[in-house]
Design a protein around this ligand. Structure first.
Ligand SMILES: *[C@@H]1O[C@H](CO)[C@@H](O)[C@H](O)[C@H]1NC(C)=O
Ligand SMILES: *[C@@H]1O[C@H](CO)[C@@H](O)[C@H](O)[C@H]1NC(C)=O
Ligand SMILES: *[C@@H]1O[C@H](CO)[C@@H](O)[C@H](O)[C@H]1NC(C)=O
Length: 301
């Protein structure tokens, strides 16, 4: 009889500990171009959806620079390597992230967070989820927002990129130039691209990038099947134009980066850590239900 009582007590104790011993893994978010950490209709909304789905979760939506205005401007202007460094410092400074975190990057925020995983392994990033990220860069500037003031700026940027992406001051000052990838001149790209060629280990092979990326538990890449922003859209799944031309596209698994395994992606793929998800729709267009069921429940909770 007494052992029944003890058993019952043990079960109560362990289930109690299970309930308050497990706080959810926190989440870090990096917004896309033209957006900020905290607009209530964009990243603020994503944060709210996650918080409602996972009670008690801590969500840190990254602000790049000291305020929202700087945050938005920094999506266009500045040096991505410095922004990544700033983010590494912010994450290291945040006491609530010290036991590790999951990360969600929207559009260019996707490849920027991958750089964080590769360069700053501590505290550890566990799952990385990128939405419409440009992991192999882009060759073509996205269609512009409809507001006249912004589209003038976009048009200007496109012209600059076509002619001058790899000029020193543009490469170092314009964010989009730092993931410009000209497949017609891969040698120039490797030599001049200070960000995307570097994190893809195409300039020099930095073994710590590979070691660190492989520490991820899951690397989830979401591609938008009718994406009008990202050229080529295959970059969202780490594919790109076959070198020397801009028509034929190779999926990740057929690139040299993969079969020579510069980043450990082949090894991760074989271990089941890579997840290629697709959604019907344009850039970053998805329903709450899809987001909650396919992303939050599977990779954040
Ligand atoms: C959490 O666990 C401690 C002891 O492990 C217990 O005293 C406390 O009541 C628990 N809190 C909740 C909210 O269950
Ligand atoms: C991190 O913390 C240090 C020390 O408190 C502070 O000087 C620094 O500005 C912080 N960095 C960022 C990016 O918040
Ligand atoms: C590799 O990357 C790390 C982190 O950014 C850096 O500290 C180190 O100097 C790099 N090593 C080489 C050989 O480039």
């Amino acid at each position: 009889m007494w052992w029944l009582v003890i058993n019952a007590i043990l079960i109560m104790v362990t289930s109690c500990a299970g309930q308050n011993g497990t706080t959810p893994t926190p989440l870090v978010i990096w917004h896309g171009m033209g957006d900020t950490c905290c607009f209530p209709f964009s990243m603020g909304r994503i944060k709210q959806l996650v918080e409602d789905r996972i009670p008690g979760i801590y969500v840190h939506s990254l602000m790049i620079g000291p305020n929202i205005i700087a945050d938005e401007e920094n999506g266009f202007f500045g040096n991505v390597n410095e922004q990544v460094e700033e983010v590494c410092e912010k994450i290291a400074n945040d006491t609530q992230l010290q036991n590790g975190y999951h990360a969600m990057g929207f559009s260019q925020g996707g490849q920027f967070l991958r750089a964080v995983a590769q360069r700053c392994p501590s505290p550890p990033m566990k799952n990385l989820i990128t939405f419409g990220g440009q992991h192999q860069g882009v060759f073509g500037f996205p269609r512009c927002p409809s507001e006249p003031q912004q589209s003038r700026m976009c048009e200007y940027i496109r012209k600059l990129l076509d002619h001058a992406s790899y000029h020193y001051w543009i490469q170092n000052g314009l964010v989009q130039a730092q993931y410009w990838h000209d497949p017609l001149d891969e040698a120039l790209y490797r030599e001049k691209s200070i960000f995307i060629a570097d994190i893809n280990n195409e300039r020099t092979l930095n073994t710590s990038y590979r070691v660190n990326l492989k520490k991820l538990e899951n690397f989830v890449m979401v591609k938008f099947l009718q994406d009008g922003m990202v050229i080529p859209v295959d970059s969202e799944w780490f594919g790109f134009y076959s070198p020397g031309q801009d028509v034929e596209v190779l999926p990740l698994q057929e690139t040299k980066l993969y079969f020579e395994d510069w980043l450990g992606l082949k090894e991760m793929d074989e271990a089941g850590k890579l997840h290629f998800l697709s959604v019907e729709g344009d850039h970053l267009q998805f329903s709450d239900q899809w987001f909650l069921e396919e992303i939050v429940d599977r990779f954040v909770a």
